[in-house]
Write a protein that binds this ligand. Structure first.
Ligand SMILES: C[S@@+](CC[C@H](N)C(=O)[O-])C[C@H]1O[C@@H](n2cnc3c(N)ncnc32)[C@H](O)[C@@H]1O
Length: 421
């Protein structure tokens, strides 16, 4: 689990499961007892729904039991009352992904073919893919073999635990529809969630609890980022720095879905045109765009069908032309840098500094020496790099041995938006 505060997230999920299990068992008992108001409903229908609820709740109980050893009491105390049971009580994702139902399989197939083709076309090395907010992971699971490495992350412990459980066993579940059903008996219909039919090996694949806002990937290490029904979950201004940081030059971002926006601020509810313009202004080129109508979480039973006009686009991070810097180049500060210094004092080792953590405007962080800061302090749009190097050598009475290394460093910082020529 790679959430920022995993212990708190586990405790919060544990508490939400408690609330959910309680709520569902009260409902099931009430249906079993038959003390519901409607005189038009048969005992069998009530029992059928109650059985479905009990099965689904049993699955959540299993997940809760697996979390139990990792729950810290002090974190449990700090949990908040929550009504956010939406992803919990919503078994639509696991049903679409793993029930094998025809309508669901058609949706999966369409999505996988569409975004898989885009990746094949635009990601030339297909070294490493990341699926953001990937739910119960079917789409990532299907496309994993196109890449050497494939990571799938979701910040919902429930989604990730459901997938983990399916790797161990098939799970009997019920599709429960309280509304929009034609026949008695369709309120609660059994199915089996199963990974069985996929015989692909899972080497180089991982589905884990993680946050798209703080991803555990190295700078410039990812060749494709997939965002299926996810871009509208987070404001783009929050997602963008991570995309720019993790994607390698030439890497692609592939979006599939509507722009339904699940947050409040209308300033963040961008049109497709605005999203494209944002990517272009951040150093991407748009390499593909299309619209594709598709049902969403199709159910054979429900009388209503949700359908999206999915917007699909792929944006490639541009490869910067190499900068031609020399010791005679005159630099100015562009957006500057933020830095923190670290160190420790101990009895055996005395006072030790552990260098500087330098954050570039792109969000990229690297460890560096004080030389970077000394250069940043001196650039003024007038001095050449040779003059700055000379100033530093004089002031600190030392020789910068490798001028090529210095040039490489300054080139990286200029490409990263710290300096401008
Ligand atoms: C609309 S669902 C789509 C799931 C999946 N992509 C699919 O198509 O089935 C959005 C998913 O994003 C996850 N999510 C929301 N915010 C997230 C974040 N900050 N980081 C990672 N996942 C997140 C939710 O838990 C949910 O599973």
């Amino acid at each position: 689990m790679l959430l920022q505060d995993s212990e708190q997230a586990i405790a919060q999920a544990y508490r939400e499961y408690d609330a959910y299990i309680h709520q569902q068992s009260v409902l099931a008992k009430r249906l079993q007892r038959g003390d519901v108001r409607s005189t038009y409903r048969s005992v069998d229908t009530r029992k059928g729904i109650a059985e479905g609820i009990e099965h689904n709740t049993q699955f959540i109980k299993t997940i809760q039991a697996q979390l139990a050893p990792y729950v810290k009491i002090e974190k449990l105390v700090a949990t908040r009352e929550s009504n956010e049971l939406s992803y919990l009580s919503n078994f639509d994702y696991i049903r679409r992904d793993w029930s094998g139902q025809d309508g669901a399989e058609k949706e999966i197939d369409t999505i996988c073919r569409t975004i898989g083709n885009l990746a094949e076309l635009h990601d030339t090395d297909r070294n490493c893919a990341v699926f953001l907010g990937s739910g119960t992971a079917r789409i990532a699971w299907e496309l994993k073999t196109k890449f050497r490495l494939c990571f799938s992350l979701d910040n919902s412990i429930t989604m990730v635990s459901m997938f983990a459980e399916l790797r161990q066993r098939d799970v009997p579940l019920y599709e429960i529809n309280y509304t929009n059903v034609l026949h008695e008996g369709n309120n609660s219909v059994p199915y089996t969630a199963s990974l069985r039919k996929s015989s692909e090996p899972a080497t180089g694949f991982m589905h884990f609890a993680g946050d798209a806002r703080h991803q555990p990937f190295a700078n410039h290490s990812v060749s494709t980022v997939f965002s299926v029904y996810f871009t509208d979950l987070l404001p783009l201004r929050i997602l963008m720095p991570e995309l720019k940081r993790i994607l390698k030059p030439g890497g692609v971002f592939i979006h599939f879905g509507p722009l339904h926006y699940h947050f409040q601020d209308i300033e963040d509810m961008l049109t497709a045109d605005e999203v494209k313009a944002a990517f272009e202004s951040e150093g991407f080129e748009i390499v593909s765009e299309d619209l594709l109508p598709l049902s969403h979480h199709y159910s054979e039973i429900a009388l209503n069908t949700k359908s999206y006009r999915n917007w699909i686009f792929a944006a490639r991070k541009k490869v910067q032309a190499p900068l031609a810097l020399s010791m005679e180049t005159v630099l100015n500060l562009h957006q500057g840098i933020r830095y923190t210094s670290g160190g420790s004092i101990s009895a055996d080792k005395g006072d030790e500094t552990s260098g500087y953590q330098i954050t570039l405007p792109s969000g990229e962080v690297f460890s560096g020496s004080e030389l970077i800061l000394e250069i940043a302090r001196r650039v003024d749009g007038q001095k050449t790099l040779a003059e700055i190097a000379n100033d530093i050598e004089q002031e600190f009475d030392f020789q910068i041995e490798d001028k090529n290394e210095l040039l490489n460093l300054v080139t990286t910082l200029t490409a990263g938006g710290v300096f401008r020529i």
